[in-house]
Design a protein around this ligand. Structure first.
Ligand code: BGC
Length: 819
């Protein structure tokens, strides 16, 4: 029962079959149709998860860009995740968005997963806790969420068709677990069904998991939305529990669903159930007349300063994994000169690629951040090595417009472009333009280079292209698709088409005429292409030598190393964990020249750091969002502590990682490792990672003084461990107290030797103590019984291990379970 039942029934009763089935399908890329006859406005959805892009996929409608989900999880702070939700709801409201397509709570099954940066953790408990905070926060702001991607969408290769075969135990104990926690604790208003199949049925048609488990067992009363283009069959999807097929207008619902009902293939009552779910969602977000929104305007959270929150999360997320001789924090009064090195120090990688992308109105690079924080003259900057060989959408120095023409060359409409990328979905086209009439899009404008030399120009996307620079035609031809992923045009690599010798400061005319491919048969009509560019490349050896010289002359060298958009993005998996280009060599040579070398790793997920024991300090900054450099300066100079702890095991070498298979064979990807992923697998293999799960140093020291365990008398928890820690260092700090439950000695169940059971974050001033009580959930001692189809508590004498990380256990308590 929800307070909306009467209103929903009333509205449902007024709709005929055509209206009902129309409501279950997108009317365009992001929205459902309005049904004025029942006072229903169009319900708008948008990605998610690090910001709210809005219905336009361009930089002219900027959004606050927060750090990557891996970063949020590295804070181990559900309360911060909840505040993140408040900001996102505020952003959504500002952009007219009712449902945020987030959070992504698939697991870090393998470090090669392309969307690893977009998921929280390898651990279902941490994922569930952060996801609960996030969903709670967004919904407290009156905006819906779609927890995604339900379920087992843990890699990208063949994501539309792969059948992941997952035994019931890992499915329950790992992959479903975060969804279960979030559904039970945060009551999300939506869930997104994944592209992939699980043990046969594709997820949008998975009656068992959607109807029986999600709705039946867990009591989910929200709406299930398909991932974009994931719904494939009318009858299969509606009977499998899928409520909304996105995007539209061409979907398996709408007219096709009405026809299936009329033909007697689908019962109208099944359609009614889906419509009820959609109407309930509409009521909750306040777009159904007569239903007060779930959150009254007066109860909305206080306004959030987006830039300040982005900076706070970014610095709280930084994981200090190494800090020899207390190199960090740098003492601002005694630091001397700093040599800042790395392409990403100037052009920071602030977010990962794919649908999670948003367009912030500014980015504070590490160079900007340190420039602002250090006295003038104390900072030198050198590129050192550029990890990217690729062209990117024309940006710096370009002033561009797009003119849209029909087949006869008549101008239909035009618009200015903030950069060289055009991404128009559905009806999001410049005024006067329709997909039916649109034939060519011409990007025209000027480019004023900041460097002299050979500039590369290119194209991204599918279709015909004519590229001109000055009076030269660099390319006139067509690009044809060679990839099955329909989003390749958006996420694919740019192609270099030619070079032009240009002079710094001298403007040149540029033009790219694009003949739009026919998308009339596609589910979504979209125009997506880009004018791409790359600045002249300097000699790689010279760049490294310059950086080494700068490092030698400086008091401290700070090297920012990074991955690129071709390494971490939706749409494909990674093939290795190496830093691209000559960055490893750069670090080694800089470290050889200056013993005070600090390396900042700007990647959303693990990379190999073969030099990690040869440098003074290593900080992992993840994709730090728009305030990247400000947060980094805070942490380097000690204005704030790097508060992060690893939400995922960081391998020394890919070869050591226990689960690396992400490529299906004949369409099948067996999860043959069972319940052993992440640290569960590392511990089983007895293998040594570079940095273990939970690791992170901070700037102060902690002593774990006492831990006491009190058993509970039944209920969801076995008991509670109360821990007292003392800050024994000389500065205030924040500690993440971690609690792992280790199995009894001689345990015979095939299960991980320990698992994260709980955690708490405390703060204390130097010399002070802080206390936390951490519940030990029953689930930590349960396994899914595949014969009995239920949870089974395994009795025995367990050990509650409290400490600073998986491997840095400070105190132990006996936990008697059963018997
Ligand atoms: C992604 C989803 C996303 C959707 C809409 C899909 O390709 O898998 O995570 O929400 O696109 O952009």
């Amino acid at each position: 029962m929800t307070p909306y039942d009467a209103t929903v029934e009333d509205a449902l009763g007024k709709l005929d079959l055509d209206a009902k089935t129309r409501l279950l399908a997108g009317r365009n890329m992001w929205a459902l149709p309005a049904l004025p006859e029942i006072g229903l406005a169009s319900l708008v959805m948008s990605d998610g998860p690090v910001g709210v892009r809005g219905v336009r996929w361009t930089a002219d409608d900027p959004s606050v860009a927060l750090p990557s989900p891996t970063a949020l999880a590295a804070t181990w702070d559900p309360a911060l995740a909840r505040r993140t939700g408040h900001l996102l709801a505020q952003e959504a409201r500002r952009k007219g968005v009712h449902v945020l397509l987030a959070p992504t709570v698939n697991l870090h099954r393998s470090p090669l997963g392309g969307r690893h940066f977009e998921c929280y953790s390898e651990d279902p408990h941490l994922t569930g806790a952060i996801g609960t905070g996030y969903v709670t926060g967004v919904q407290e702001g009156g905006v819906g969420t779609t927890v995604k991607h339900f379920v087992a969408n843990d890699a990208e290769t063949e994501r539309f068709t792969v059948n992941n075969t997952v035994a019931p135990r890992p499915l329950r104990e790992l992959y479903l677990a975060p969804f279960e926690t979030i559904v039970k604790n945060a009551r999300p208003w939506g869930v997104m069904a994944a592209y992939n199949s699980v043990n046969g049925p594709t997820m949008t048609e998975h009656r068992h998991l959607q109807n029986e488990v999600l709705r039946g067992e867990w009591g989910f009363d929200g709406c299930i939305v398909s991932d974009w283009m994931a719904a494939r069959s009318t009858k299969g999807a509606i009977e499998g529990g899928l409520d909304i097929a996105m995007p539209g207008p061409r979907t398996v619902y709408g007219a096709a669903l009405a026809a299936a009902v009329r033909a007697g293939e689908v019962a109208e009552s099944v359609v009614d159930d889906a419509v009820r779910n959609v109407l309930r969602l509409a009521a909750r977000v306040g777009v159904l007349d007569g239903a007060p929104p779930a959150v009254a305007p007066a109860d909305l959270p206080a306004p959030v300063d987006g830039a300040a929150l982005a900076r706070e999360i970014a610095r709280r997320a930084v994981v200090l994994v190494r800090n020899e001789h207390r190199t960090l924090p740098l003492d601002p009064s005694a630091v001397g000169t700093v040599a800042l090195i790395g392409a990403a120090a100037r052009d920071a990688r602030v977010l990962g690629g794919g649908s999670a992308q948003v367009f912030p109105d500014h980015v504070v690079s590490p160079l900007d951040g340190l420039r602002a924080a250090l006295p003038e003259g104390d900072l030198t900057y050198r590129v050192g090595a550029d990890p990217s060989d690729e062209l990117a959408a024309a940006g710096h120095g370009f002033t561009l417009r797009a003119v849209c023409r029909d087949r006869a060359g008549r101008v239909l409409g035009e618009t200015s472009l903030p950069n060289g990328a055009v991404q128009w979905h559905g009806d999001d086209l410049p005024a006067g333009v329709t997909h039916e009439e649109l034939h060519t899009v011409e990007i025209t404008g000027t480019f004023t280079p900041r460097e002299s030399g050979p500039h590369c120009f290119g194209t991204k996307g599918i279709g015909g292209f004519r590229l001109t620079v000055g009076d030269r035609v660099l390319f006139d031809g067509a690009e044809v698709p060679d990839h099955a992923d329909p989003f390749e045009a958006f996420f694919g690599a740019p192609v270099e088409r030619g070079r032009a010798e240009l002079t710094a400061g001298e403007p040149v005319e540029v033009g790219l005429r694009h003949t739009v491919p026919d998308t009339s048969g596609a589910p979504v009509q979209a125009v997506g292409f880009a004018l791409a560019h790359r600045e002249p490349r300097r000699d790689a050896e010279e760049l490294i030598e310059e950086a080494v010289a700068a490092a030698r002359a400086a008091g401290t060298a700070v090297v920012v190393v990074a991955t690129t958009e071709r390494v971490e993005s939706e749409g494909f998996d990674r093939t290795d964990l190496r830093l691209p280009g000559r960055q490893d060599e750069l670090v080694r040579r800089v470290a050889a020249a200056n013993p005070r070398t600090v390396v900042v790793v700007n990647s959303g997920s693990p990379v190999e750091l073969p030099w990690r024991n040869d440098v003074a300090a290593v900080l992992l900054s993840w994709f730090p969002g728009q305030e990247a450099g400000a947060a980094l300066a805070d942490v380097l100079l000690g204005a704030a502590e790097p508060g992060g702890r690893l939400p995922t095991t960081w391998p020394a070498r890919l070869a050591d990682a226990p689960v690396t298979r992400v490529t299906p064979d004949n369409g099948e990807l067996p999860y043959e490792e069972g319940v052993f992923i992440g640290y569960r697998a590392w511990q089983k293999a007895g293998a040594e990672p570079a940095y273990c799960f939970g690791h992170g140093l901070g700037y102060t020291d902690w002593e774990y003084e006492t831990a006491t365990y009190a058993a509970a008398a039944g209920g969801a928890d076995l008991g509670t461990v109360t821990v007292r820690v003392r800050n024994t260092g000389d500065r205030p700090g924040r500690e993440v107290i971690q609690l792992y439950l280790a199995v009894p000695d001689g345990d015979t169940a095939e299960r991980p030797v320990r698992r994260l059971a709980g955690f708490a974050t405390v703060q204390a001033a130097p010399g002070e103590t802080a206390e936390a009580s951490i519940a030990v959930p029953r689930r930590a001692a349960e396994i899914w019984d595949e014969q009995a189809h239920g949870w089974r508590l395994v009795p025995g004498t367990y050990t509650a291990e409290t400490g600073r990380s998986l491997e840095d256990v400070r105190l132990r308590n006996r936990v008697q379970v059963g018997g």
